[in-house]
Design a protein around this ligand. Structure first.
Ligand code: PMP
Length: 452
């Protein structure tokens, strides 16, 4: 299949870390000042370096600094920044046509993306798909489809879940600050139940027991016969890379089948090779009825989709799904190139190699620093959770300090977690091992400076 060595230059960007100024540099600071007076305060930035160019696993800012990217624009550029195949496909499509609206005069790219999603997603049953613009929009549409197909209203979601920032998806998202606070009232008929968060259980709980706890809450507080769907992230993303105990997802799947409830897997952050399989559900052989995709699907262009059982998706009447831009032809061209790269270059194998390279080093850091309470994740979706030593009390300040130290040294890191105390790593799957090692050296120093 693959494993050609990562190139030294991608899109004209040398695959190195090189700092010419403090981070952020003077030109970035000027732009940050302009942002203050032009951009809504509600739109915050993690690391205010302004980007001039990006290629592979490196972002070049307007001051000429080369930063190693361990965030991939939040799990989007799994194929690397400006992946040549994606750039080429986009350029060709832009020159041909940029928009007609698939609901007016359709085009092949949309159909081809739906065919590809059906092939790549778990299960060999007949499937249908529909395309949208953002992850939140895909989740909204999965719920629309599930309600229409079942004739039921209730939507079950989990503690620590994140599904987006629109009104329905805010209701489905767990964390108040910053996502929900002050933005209510929220959509109704959304019910939250406990999840499986092994690190935060007071005593060990198996996946089956955690599922029983969640499903008992559904049965007693909602009633299984009122539930249209259970929506799960196979590994919770914004919630802090929470990997449920083995057996949790299969038990939820079994319960859904027994009760005519649809299982919706939100694979928006976990999809397209990120966890070492094409989709994270595959780790436990779970076959969802509906799946939402976005982020990694199109290598950096905005595209999202719902793919699922043909009879479920096709329960919706013609005209019931859609939108002006959903499945934009340029985004579809990018998606076809990104999905081809995913398969041809075996990016899931690259994600597994990243895990093999990163996990031992993260575990060694945890051995040295009791402030690192947990190391977890799968593939190239890994995290450390910061706590007060000897407890599980979250320590968000430590996570923020480490992240800031990484940024200052030219490595883009992200935090996450209900308590803001998780440092998460989402490198492009194409990152060169030596560059990843260098980023880990930086992280190691940042941890040594910042953590108990
Ligand atoms: N679901 C999950 C699991 C996500 O991680 C995200 C984005 N972080 C969303 C939904 C929402 O996607 P978008 O930001 O594209 O609306």
């Amino acid at each position: 299949m693959t494993t050609a060595p990562a190139p030294d230059v991608v899109n004209g960007v040398e695959q190195v870390r090189r700092l010419l100024t403090p981070v952020p540099g003077p030109r970035s600071r000027e732009l940050a000042a302009r942002k203050e007076s032009a951009v809504a305060r509600g739109v915050a930035t993690t690391l205010p370096v302004y980007v001039e160019r990006a290629g592979g696993a490196v972002i070049v800012d307007v001051d000429g600094n080369h930063l190693i990217d361990l965030g991939s624009g939040i799990a989007v550029v799994n194929v690397g920044h400006a992946a040549p195949a994606v750039v080429h496909a986009v350029q060709e499509q832009v020159a041909a046509f940029t928009h007609t609206c698939f609901m007016v005069t359709p085009y092949e790219g949309y159909v081809a993306v739906c065919e590809r999603l059906a092939e790549l997603s778990p299960g060999s049953h007949p499937k249908r798909a529909a395309l949208f613009n953002s992850g939140a929009e895909a989740v909204e549409n999965a719920v629309k489809i599930a309600r229409h197909a079942t004739g039921r209203d209730a939507v079950v979601v989990l503690d620590h879940a994140y599904h987006g920032r629109t009104n329905l998806t805010m209701a489905m998202t767990a964390k108040a600050m910053p996502y929900k606070s002050g933005f209510g009232p929220f959509a109704g008929e959304v019910y939250r139940v406990p999840t499986s968060y092994p690190f935060r259980e007071p005593a060990p709980v198996t996946g089956e027991e955690a599922a029983a706890r969640a499903l008992d809450a559904v049965t007693t507080q909602v009633g299984a016969d009122r539930v249209a769907c259970v929506v799960v992230e196979p590994i919770q993303g914004e919630g802090g890379f929470v990997v449920p105990a083995p057996g949790f997802l299969p038990a939820v799947e079994r319960w859904c089948r027994q009760h005519g409830v649809l299982l919706v897997a939100d694979e928006i952050q976990t999809g397209f090779g990120r966890t070492g399989r094409v989709f994270a559900c595959e780790h436990e052989g779970v076959v969802p009825d509906l799946m939402t995709v976005a982020k990694g699907v199109a290598g950096g262009l905005p595209l999202a989709g719902v793919v699922g059982r043909a009879e479920v998706v096709d329960a919706v009447h013609p005209g019931g799904l859609g939108g002006t831009y959903g499945g934009n032809p340029v985004a579809c061209a990018a998606a076809l190139a990104a999905m081809r790269t995913l398969v041809e270059d075996d990016l899931p194998a690259r994600a597994r190699a990243i895990e093999e390279q990163m996990l031992p080093r993260l575990q060694a850091m945890a051995q040295r620093h009791p402030g690192i309470g947990d190391v977890r994740g799968r593939g190239a979706m890994l995290a450390i959770e910061l706590v007060r030593p000897g407890t599980i009390e979250p320590d968000a300040a430590q996570a923020a300090r480490i992240s800031a130290a990484c940024h200052a040294a030219g490595v883009v890191t992200l935090t996450a977690g209900t308590y803001g105390n998780v440092l998460r790593f989402l490198p492009p799957l194409t990152i060169a091992p030596r560059l990843l090692d260098e980023a880990l050296d930086v992280l190691e120093s940042a941890v040594a400076e910042s953590v108990a």
